[in-house]
Unconditional design. Structure first.
Length: 183
């Protein structure tokens, strides 16, 4: 009696094993049209995408090759060495990227102090201005103004490009400073 039950159980196990072993083949053969469409879609999905980063970073522009579908948080972790104290990154780091795009990093710089302007030209002279005058320039906070004062103690700033190297601002901010300052 027990042997008969054992044979039945073994037979069911063998039948289930064979069914499970050949089931994927049966499903694939039944829906071969659907499978070919999925294969075609996976061939067109890129393995990597290009993200261009601009704005308030230490270089003018940065290009990254990242895996398809990676998040904003991953991108920020990769560009962290290029961020500065004025860089503002978004709080939602879960946004995912599925195509090449450009990300612009915002700046936290704001004019907070009224400018003390040279009366004759209407522009702030970066070689003679005080700390508060320098801080009134767009993109120049306390740290950047102090960098200018430190540099000025040994040399005269002669060009805006030299100023850009000293305070490490983007080209866009430098263009605004050019309208507010003189050498």
């Amino acid at each position: 009696m027990y042997k008969k039950k054992e044979y039945i159980i073994i037979g069911v196990i063998i039948a289930l094993t064979l069914l499970l072993a050949f089931m994927p083949t049966m499903i694939t053969s039944c829906s071969s049209e659907d499978t070919s469409e999925v294969i075609e879609d996976s061939d067109t999905t890129p393995s990597t995408i290009t993200i261009t980063v601009k704005g308030e970073i230490k270089v003018e522009e940065l290009s990254l090759e990242i895996p398809y579908g990676y998040s904003y948080g991953y991108i920020i972790s990769r560009i962290e060495p290029y961020l500065n104290e004025y860089s503002v990154v978004e709080n939602d780091r879960t946004v995912r990227y599925y195509e090449s795009t450009t990300i612009t990093i915002a700046s936290s710089d704001e004019k907070t102090i009224e400018a003390e302007i040279e009366p004759d030209s209407g522009l702030i002279n970066v070689n003679t201005a005080s700390l508060s005058e320098l801080m009134s320039l767009t993109g120049v906070g306390t740290k950047r103004a102090e960098r200018i004062l430190d540099y000025r103690s040994t040399k005269t700033i002669e060009t805006f490009e030299e100023l850009q190297e000293i305070i490490d601002v983007t080209d866009a901010i430098l263009e605004i400073i050019k309208t507010e300052a003189t050498m």
